[in-house]
Structures are given as C-alpha cells and as structure tokens.
Design a protein around this ligand. Structure first.
Ligand code: PYC
Length: 336
C-alpha cells in the first residue's frame, strides 16, 4: 500500500544536504511552529524517518518543509527534519530552504529582498541577494537568527583515549558542546573524522546526564544535541574552523549556522567579540559562513547576542519519492 508520495527539491548549503519536501506534507496542529514541531514528532515522524534515513537518504541527510506563517508578520514557516529528529532551528537548512523556495516560487516575499520566517525556535528574518536581480537565482542568504547565549562554561568530562576535557555549552538555536584546544586536545587538525564520530556521542551523553540545558522561554527546547570541535582555520579569510557532530553519524559539511551562532555567543561572553564584529567560520571541507554579532540582548537571565550568518546554497535536482508499506525498509534504517 502507498503510504505517501513526496516531491523534493534536493540542494546543498556549502556542502551539507537540504532536501526541501514540497508536497505530501501533513497539516500540523498548533498555533506556533514549536507546537507544530511537537505534533509532527508525535504523529508524522515516519515521514522524516522514510525521507532522511537510508535507503532514501543517508546519515547526514537533512531537510525541511515550508508551512503557512503562524504570525501576521511572517512570510512563511519552516519545519526542519534530519536524521536526529526535528531541530528547533537549522542554519544551513534555512539557507538551503530559502534558496530553493525562492527559486521555485514556493515563498513569495512580502518585501523583496527579505523574509520573516516562523521556526520552532522563534521568529527569524533573512535577507537574500539575487544573481543579477534574477529572482530565479539566489546568490546568498543572511539569517538574522534567534538570540544565542553561553549557558555553561568549563564543564569537566572524560573522553575515551583523550582523557579529561573541559567543554563550554552555548545555545544558537540548538545546544552545542564546544570543545576548544586544551592540554588533551590540540585542535581539529589532530583528529580523524572517525575519532570525532566515536567521541562525540559519548561526550554528548555524559553532558546530558550531568548538566541541565533548557531554553528559558521554551521548555521543549532542551538538551545538548550537537558537539562542536574547534581548531585553527586553513582558509586565509576564516576566523576559526569547526566540525559539528549531530545525530548518530553526522558531521556537518557546512560551517553550521546554529553552531556558528553558538560559538559567536561563547566568544562574545568571553570578551572576544562585540556588537558589529564579524566572524568567518570554516567547515570541515573548507566552506565558509560569514557570521556577525548584530547586537547584544538578553534571554531570560542570560546576556545574549543577536547573531547573523551568511552563506549560499545550490539546488542540484528533483526527486519524487514514494513510500510503500510492503517495502520492509519503508521507515529507513541507519548503519551504526
Ligand atoms: O546549520 O544550524 C545548522 C545545522 C545544524 C545541524 C546541521 N547544520
């Protein structure tokens, strides 16, 4: 029996996949995207599993669905899906979604050049640049993200093989464990990707057993989901380099939008960045996001920053995917 048919626009943002699912998506209950995210996770999660995991996706697959706006000011709303679940916010996902949705007329901006978007983490604004004023070709997208803040500093953990490490935890739309160079970790260049995939879930588990992270304004946004390893840049323009682990087997190929926001919040809290400063983040494959601290603000009792991140995306194909219940792998699988 046919469980669903989905038309997808496949794209990547600075190397990381974005599968924009444009048909077959379910109506969602709730007034806000945070409520709709809960409804999707409770009642429709099979769509995410079928379209993100193998054999239709892979461990790094990530995607989004565009919904009508939840507020009067907004142009549209986005639900993010990936192998790890439904993220409150995804930077590379937003850049890819906005690029594909504008190029294919899925979102019509109220004001040319900018969009206001409802996402589960709150409301964001984006500005986009077109190639030669051609609305069918988007050159770059800058996201004015939700407030980001440093939640915890110098939490001791034990990492297999490396030993004792201290990590900071910052929020940039998701909670990030940030691992900076220190006596038992000399930086990203010292670790093979296999080691990042081995250490990161163990570090994440330890942190979630010992430290509480809950967003002061939305209790459904909680827990460390991503682990961000830092190191020296290799690109002349970059301020710093990072590799972000998420899900069970994924390393972000893009410089990670919410990770860059979290890292700028960490640097701002330590006096290394202030309003107006830019921060160019390099990914594991050398692609770049241009971050900026737009302003200083507050979230609950935390001093926070308003971060912006700019990057580009490319659409590379269309994909009509159907899911049949007589396929034993209709809900996908992951080889761990
Ligand atoms: O760009 O925010 C991001 C992101 C999160 C996970 C992968 N990319």
């Amino acid at each position: 029996m046919r469980k669903g048919t989905f038309f997808c626009i496949d794209a990547h943002t600075c190397g990381n996949p974005v599968r924009l699912i444009t048909s077959g998506i379910p109506p969602l209950k709730g007034k806000t995207m945070s409520e709709k995210r809960q409804d999707f996770m409770q009642h429709h999660d099979w769509i995410r599993q079928a379209l993100m995991f193998e054999p239709r996706g892979h461990s790094i697959m990530s995607g989004a669905m565009v919904y009508p706006p939840c507020t009067e000011a907004a142009d549209a709303a986005i639900l993010f899906v990936e192998t790890s679940g439904c993220l409150p916010m995804c930077g590379h996902g937003t850049i890819g979604t906005v690029t594909a949705a504008l190029e294919y007329g899925i979102i019509q901006p109220k004001t040319p050049g900018q969009l206001i978007l409802d996402v589960p983490a709150g409301q964001i604004r984006v500005e986009y640049q077109q190639v030669d004023n051609d609305v069918n070709k988007i050159q770059s997208v800058r996201i004015f993200n939700v407030p980001a803040y440093l939640a915890h500093t110098e939490i001791p953990i034990t990492c297999p093989e490396l030993g004792e490490l201290v990590v900071d935890i910052a929020y940039g739309g998701n909670y990030y464990a940030i691992i900076d160079p220190q006596p038992n970790y000399s930086g990203l260049a010292s670790l093979a990707v296999d080691k990042l995939l081995y250490y990161s879930p163990l570090i994440r588990q330890q942190l979630n057993e010992t430290v509480e992270c809950m967003h002061p304004l939305d209790s459904t946004v909680k827990g460390v989901s991503h682990v961000l390893w830092t190191g020296k840049p290799t690109q002349p323009k970059a301020t710093a380099r990072n590799a972000v682990f998420y899900g069970d087997r994924a390393i972000d190929r893009s410089p990670c939008g919410t990770g860059t926001s979290a890292r700028m919040a960490q640097w701002a809290a330590k006096g290394k960045l202030t309003a107006g400063d830019s921060f160019i983040h390099e990914s594991i494959i050398g692609s770049l996001f241009e971050g900026r601290v737009e302003a200083i603000t507050e979230v609950g009792n935390y001093t926070a920053i308003l971060p912006s991140i700019q990057g580009w995306a490319k659409v590379y194909g269309h994909n009509t995917i159907w899911v049949d219940t007589d396929d034993p792998y209709c809900l996908g699988f992951e080889v761990k």
